[in-house]
Ligand binder design. Structure first.
Ligand SMILES: O=P(O)(O)OC[C@H]1O[C@](O)(COP(=O)(O)O)[C@@H](O)[C@@H]1O
Length: 321
């Protein structure tokens, strides 16, 4: 992939964030998602690449755009797999809470796991804890390992986990271990990324969430030198069949970083829609709007924070969609 592709891709997540942030707190997650998806789709065709959506808004018959298999880009450039989540945290935006992102990930053709839309058990940690955790290990063992790797006490750790009934037992185990917890309403991609940035105060992410989001988070952590492990959790015979079609015969198999995103060349881009620990959300300032984005490439190890100031006069399409 060209080095410049990462900076081009930020324009895509910026556009999605600018469009969907208009819907903050308005109680309409569908419209927020639609605005993000349309804006993202519009910008993709200006990007120099031959992309194919492998993780998107759904199958062709259920999503009008950014559907799985859709071709993206201007047709000149590298052949790449594209994973998109135009609005990660639709409920977050609808209720004006923290950590909604517009996100995408790109890797060389054939290198992203085509994760079906089902649950995935996940564990995410930053660089210090690489090689120290195991998704199959008891919670207490993983917490001890992260505490030791970060030279902390377990009581100092902050664990993030989605606030769901299915996590009751795990939350109890974390509490018994003495660690602190952030219970998330939604948004486990931001949570996973935060584990690799010390200033966010987040040490480890545990629990299950969407498998597509898992692949996107794995790309981010590959760029950051962290670790991500996943396990698919099919809930129905149809979902089990989907796993087999993907070549995953043993669903209990741990999906390591290289299973989720192969090779060493992948790019991750995200723009804050609402404020979070790492990225600020969109601010509309009358004649302009400001965005904050994160863009990273695993091959070079470059991590960039990009502040954008967008003119509403010169770019009227940034107004409400
Ligand atoms: O709400 P569930 O079913 O527990 O699913 C969890 C998944 O939903 C999210 O919280 C938000 O997803 P949406 O943006 O599609 O609403 C993800 O971050 C997470 O992976």
């Amino acid at each position: 992939m060209e080095r410049s592709l990462s900076m081009e891709l930020v324009r895509v997540t910026e556009a999605a964030a600018l469009a969907s942030a208009r819907w903050m707190g308005r109680g309409n997650k569908e419209e927020a998602d639609r605005a993000a998806t349309e804006a993202m789709r519009d910008v993709f065709d200006t990007i120099p690449m031959k992309g194919t959506v492998v993780i998107g808004e759904g199958e062709m018959d259920e999503a009008p755009m950014l559907y799985i298999g859709e071709k993206l880009g201007n047709g000149y450039g590298p052949r790449v797999d594209v994973a998109v989540d135009p609005l990660e945290g639709t409920n977050i935006v609808a209720s004006g809470q923290w950590n909604a992102l517009a996100v995408l990930a790109v890797a060389d053709n054939g290198n992203l796991l085509h994760a079906p839309d089902m649950y995935m058990e996940k564990i995410a940690v930053g660089p210090e804890s690489v090689g120290k955790v195991n998704i199959d290990a008891p919670v207490i063992d993983n917490l001890r390992a992260v505490a030791e790797a970060k030279n902390k006490n377990i009581e100092d750790l902050v664990v993030v986990i989605l606030n769901r009934k299915r996590h009751e037992k795990m939350i109890q185990e974390i509490r018994e271990a003495g660690a602190r917890i952030k219970l998330l309403p939604d948004g486990d991609v931001a949570a996973a990324i935060n584990t690799a940035f010390d200033d966010t105060g987040v040490d480890i992410m545990l629990g299950s969430g969407g498998a597509p989001e898992g692949v996107i988070a794995a790309v981010a952590l590959k760029c950051l030198g962290g670790d991500f492990q996943g396990k698919l959790l099919p809930q129905t015979p149809e979902e089990l069949e989907r796993c087999k079609e993907m070549g995953i015969e043993d669903v209990n198999r741990i999906l390591n970083m290289d299973d989720l995103v192969g090779g060493d060349d992948c790019i991750f881009a995200a723009t804050g829609v609402t404020d979070g620990e790492l990225l600020k959300g969109v601010m509309y300032k009358g004649s302009s709007a400001e965005t904050q984005s994160l863009v990273m490439r695993a091959k070079s190890g470059t991590v960039r924070f990009v502040d954008g100031k967008h003119s509403m006069q010169k770019k009227p399409d940034l107004v409400i969609r």
